[in-house]
Design a protein around this ligand. Structure first.
Ligand SMILES: [Zn+2]
Ligand SMILES: [Zn+2]
Ligand SMILES: [Zn+2]
Length: 151
């Protein structure tokens, strides 16, 4: 955790930003809930538990800054809510998401899996790929289990 905070601090410094206590509080919440896909409001409520003096506008500006610096990715699973997702360290491309249409759970796939597709797109469309977003919609293994037990 402290190592990752350090590295994020350096990323901010490289772009001439400081890791102020307000920004650090926001970063800590994101690290503590790494796979939770929190909305700005969710992040704010969690920051507030520890640092009641920090306002929603500050949290929101921090999230925008982190997005701009590509420390965080902003995603939308089609429910109209922007969610913030830490980029995994060392990953060139954004990870994929499995969104369950029954329970709403969001699981992550960390492997890229798209190398072949990327090669085809680059070759046939002459398109230099920098990143991608991939969300699968379906039924998660937990819901499938429940369904099987009913039978
Ligand atoms: Zn994610
Ligand atoms: Zn990729
Ligand atoms: Zn499910």
């Amino acid at each position: 955790m402290e190592n990752r905070i350090d590295r994020i601090k350096k990323q901010l410094h490289t772009s001439s930003y400081k890791l102020t206590p307000q920004r650090e509080a926001t970063v800590r919440v994101l690290l503590e809930h790494e796979e939770a896909h929190l909305s700005a409001e969710d992040v704010y409520l969690l920051v507030k538990e520890k640092s009641p003096e920090i306002g929603l506008a500050t949290v929101y500006r921090t999230l925008e800054l982190l997005t701009e610096l590509k420390i965080v990715d902003k995603i939308n699973f089609g429910d109209g809510v922007s969610r913030y997702d830490l980029r995994k360290e060392g990953a060139d491309h954004f990870h994929h998401h499995l969104v369950c249409i029954e329970c709403g759970a969001v699981d992550e796939i960390q492997e890229d899996l798209l190398e072949d597709v990327e090669a085809i797109v680059e070759r046939d469309w002459n398109f230099k790929i920098k990143d991608h977003r991939l969300t699968f919609h379906g039924i998660c293994y937990r819901c499938q289990d429940k369904e099987n037990k009913k039978e």
